[in-house]
Structure formats: structure tokens, C-alpha cells
Design a protein around this ligand. Structure first.
Ligand SMILES: [Zn+2]
Length: 196
């Protein structure tokens, strides 16, 4: 039975009585006890940034929604195994509530909310305290002090070694970020640069 015809079957008035006789569906598709308010999936093209979130009871139903949304003929675009993924961490949320930070937190790539570049969890993507998903280049000094002070000191150290202490300080002052940089971090970067 295809996903579509099964759906219409379930919607028929006989479904409530006939349901127990249906063949068992995989455990991953239907939780045994507490059913979440939504069951979340993502569909898209492997390797592309065109993935979208859907609430559906099965992978097939999520794929049907995806094809419908994009105006694709399901016959021409049969569901491939790597075109649909289950995201249990999002269960209970609605698709339109899923933002870039949620994609990043679930270990998927997304778009930097400040510069529109592609970012990936664990490499150059960060969810900052305001809840935004941003690339490392877009993080402010204050955000880097809070989230990755060691890497900030390393970068400052390299910048100072290459361009000079006064020049880098001037840039930070001009960017109005000098005040966000704790004196001890700056001192560590300056000391490190003079050792290189
Ligand atoms: Zn960015």
C-alpha cells in the first residue's frame, strides 16, 4: 500500500476498527507510548542547502509534503533513503518554529544569520547567546570572550605578530570592540605574540 492510499484509508470511518489489523510499522516511525505533539523530519537534496522541516507520521508522508511544497511529481522524484532524515530533537515543535540555530544545534548546516554564508555545526558555526546562528567571522569580540576565549587569544596573538600591537588595538577601538576585551586576554595575546 502506498503512503498516499494508506493515508486516505486511515481517514476513512472504518479506520478505527481496522487499525489493529494493519501490519506493524517500524518502531522508529510511531512511538509506543506518549505520542509527541509533532513528529519532525527534514527532506532535501543530499549535499545541498535546500532542506526543510516537516511534521509527519512517517518518512513517506514527510516526503509527500516536501514534493507538494516544491511542486515536484512524486513519481519522478521517488523518496531516496538519504533525502529524508528523522529529527527527534525537534518533536513537539512546528516546522515554522525551526530556525537556523535549531538546524545547527541538531548538527546540520545552515545559513549565518549575519552574512548569509553557509555554516556547519562543530566547524565554523556557533549559536550565540542571543540565539542567532552565526559564523565565527561574524561573532563579536564580546561573544568570543564568552564562548571561545582561548581561540580568541590565539587569533589576536597571530594578528599582533603579523600587524603589530598598536595596529590591532586601533582596529578594535575603531570597531568599538576594545571595551569588550578583558585586559588579561589582551595581555596574554601580546605576550604570546612576542614569543613567536
Ligand atoms: Zn557570518
Amino acid at each position: 500500500m502506498t503512503g498516499l492510499s494508506r493515508r486516505s484509508f486511515l481517514l476513512s470511518s472504518a479506520a478505527a476498527f481496522a487499525l489493529p489489523a494493519l501490519p506493524a510499522v517500524p518502531a522508529a516511525a510511531v512511538p509506543a507510548i506518549a505520542k509527541p505533539a509533532t513528529m519532525m523530519w527534514i527532506c532535501g537534496t543530499p549535499g545541498e542547502m535546500d532542506w526543510r522541516a516537516f511534521n509527519a507520521p512517517t518518512a513517506e508522508q514527510a516526503w509527500l509534503q516536501y514534493c507538494d511544497r516544491l511542486g515536484l511529481e512524486v513519481d519522478e522524484f521517488p523518496m531516496g533513503e538519504d533525502c529524508v532524515d528523522r529529527v527527534a530533537a525537534w518533536d513537539g515543535m512546528q516546522p515554522d518554529q525551526i530556525g537556523p540555530a535549531d538546524w545547527l544545534a541538531a548538527d546540520y548546516g545552515t545559513i549565518c544569520e549575519r552574512c548569509d554564508c553557509e555554516i556547519y555545526s562543530g566547524s565554523d558555526g556557533r549559536v550565540v547567546s542571543s540565539g542567532e546562528a552565526v559564523c565565527q567571522a561574524c561573532m563579536t569580540i564580546a561573544e568570543r570572550v564568552e564562548m571561545e576565549p582561548a581561540s580568541l587569544v590565539d587569533d589576536l596573538m597571530n594578528d599582533i605578530a603579523n600587524e603589530g600591537e598598536a595596529e590591532i588595538r586601533e582596529k578594535l577601538v575603531a570597531a568599538r570592540e576594545w571595551g569588550d576585551l578583558p585586559a588579561d586576554l589582551w595581555a596574554r595575546a601580546v605576550a604570546g605574540a612576542s614569543d613567536t
